[in-house]
Ligand binder design. Sequence first.
Ligand code: PMP
Length: 390
Amino acid sequence: MSRLGFISRETALLAEQGLLINIRTVSSAQGPWFDVDGKRVLNLCSNNYLGFANDPRLKSAAREALERYGVGPGAVRTIAGTMTPHVDLERSLAEFKETEDSIFLQSGFVANQAVIPALVGPDDVIFSDELNHASIIDGCRLSGARTVRYAHNDVCSLEDAVKTTPGRRRLVVTDGVFSMDGDIAPLDDIMTVADRYDLITVVDDAHGEGVLGRGGRGIVNHFGLTGRFDVEIGTLSKAFGVVGGYAAGSRETINWFKQKARPFLFSTGLSPADVAASMAAVRVLQESDELVKRLWDNAAYFKENMRALGYDTGMSRTPITPVMIGDASKSSELSRRLFAEGVFAQSIGYPTVARGKARIRAMISAAHSREDLDYGLERFAKAGRDLGVI
Ligand code: PMP
């Protein structure tokens, strides 16, 4: 018992600091409204940007695959678990991202663990934005390469680090869209530095695909850099509405990952139904940019009105809308009051964001109607005034 005594002590400390994560249970499908802990609430916290998570076209594709291929792939993909849907999805993701090929993995988190250690090792150097996602940080650690953090989105800081840090192979990795602030990496300038110093380039497009670029093709397309980045990491769990991750790049690079990426070699792939649903999402996006446009219209409307209420929405340039509160306890209290009023918007504190930078992260989707957004805005106005944060 005493060996684990630290758990109760540290849990109490988290609770005292307002940092204890309160996990709620969702008992309906994801959508603009959903049932959470038995209560129907407005959903302002999912990454289901385009509303695909409960889309009939995706469900129907999943059902068909389920009937045809069953529920599980049976083995890791290199043994006998690569099924036709996996191969088809890899082809269609490559087409969507305008790369030669792609490799489908179990999640976006896993994709970073798979790719980074396959590219660099102990004799090498990684330059990593200081606010990169946890999965990039862990991918860097796993690789054993020396990791040098550069100041957030600061290309001068990157170049200074590159000039003074030699290595056998050198790689720069950045989030495309930073998930807690909604700001965008200066990919064009990063590319210039990478070209100048011959760096391997990796970008994680988890919050950019389905959002940025032509018809949601992502951040590389947004910057007109198609074909220039060595590897694009992505997830199927956000705008695509399903689950899974991938890496896209040249045929040779993707083949290399199939030889070397440990999560691909040693862990079973996702089920045919997940894969078929993801493929249906890609197909819908290839056919029309209507949902992407609606997402941006909704986000602009919500942000503008939140600012008019007196909220600070930080430096977001995407539909991610951080509502900056600062104090973690106040932020949690605002989230609790919103929930009581029928709005689910999560408070995010340390360690996900820096201490003293707690916020409510409001996620707007294409599936919200104007009435939904007005409902949320009214509740934010009331709860914010009652709590004295606006
Ligand atoms: N990368 C980034 C930048 C993310 O925001 C996330 C999701 N939190 C991931 C990777 C992980 O994606 P997944 O949920 O598919 O594992």
